[in-house]
Design a protein around this ligand. Sequence first.
Ligand SMILES: *[C@@H]1O[C@H](CO)[C@@H](O)[C@H](O)[C@H]1NC(C)=O
Ligand SMILES: [Cu+2]
Length: 248
Amino acid sequence: MNEQGPVMSFKCTYFAIVVLLTIQQAKLQTTDKEWFDRFLRTGEACKSNTCQLGDLTCECFLTIDHALTMRYRGEGQPAVLLKPDKGKAVRFDNGHPFERSREDTFILADGYKSRIVIVVNGKFPGPTITAREGQEVIVHVRNLMHTDSTTIHWHGLHQKKTPWSDGVAFVTQCPILPGQNYTYKFNAKPFGTSFYHAHIGDQRTMGLYGPLIIIPTPGQQISSQQEKDEFFVAIIQDWNHDDDEDAL
Ligand SMILES: *[C@@H]1O[C@H](CO)[C@@H](O)[C@H](O)[C@H]1NC(C)=O
Ligand SMILES: [Cu+2]
């Protein structure tokens, strides 16, 4: 009569474990908002378990917002305006030295006055996106600018079969309105060193751009290998002391 007892209780335990694991899994699932916020803090762009050799996808999160150069944001304390003095940043109001260790938490640019720029994940210029040739690149873009709409163009990529990801405002997509998101999906082809940039108004010169590097699949004839620590990325841009809308 009792023969089924152990089997039943084993089934129940098994069932309970599966339920618990499923709940655990759901808890561990990071939401898009959490990813956006995480990369906004770290200044990086892409999930570390993607974009590597052998991964099928390269998934990144870009938050777009305005910021001021030469201004320490405060991080819980009052914000501080800065000015350059003999190669160091000092307080604008009293000329006192500013803590050197905090220098990478504000945007220096060329140190000439405080100017409005556009930052990507808090950085000016934006963080580097490095994908592998042939990967599906997925870039979630969150537009936190208050009144500007935006789009991002992936310079050098052919967008075969994905014309809607080309990022040309009013031509291949409606601009991403303030407060809205948009996800770009495209194939990482051809390989090469390029950049992504805003494709609307003066936003590129204001800072909405960053390096976009597609590493070739191994075994191909290429002029110079661009991997490991043997290279660094330099990116240059036009820079105006006046706001770009006045300079244009
Ligand atoms: C944009 O994405 C963020 C993060 O996932 C979300 O919190 C927000 O509601 C989205 N905004 C819109 C308008 O869908
Ligand atoms: Cu371009």
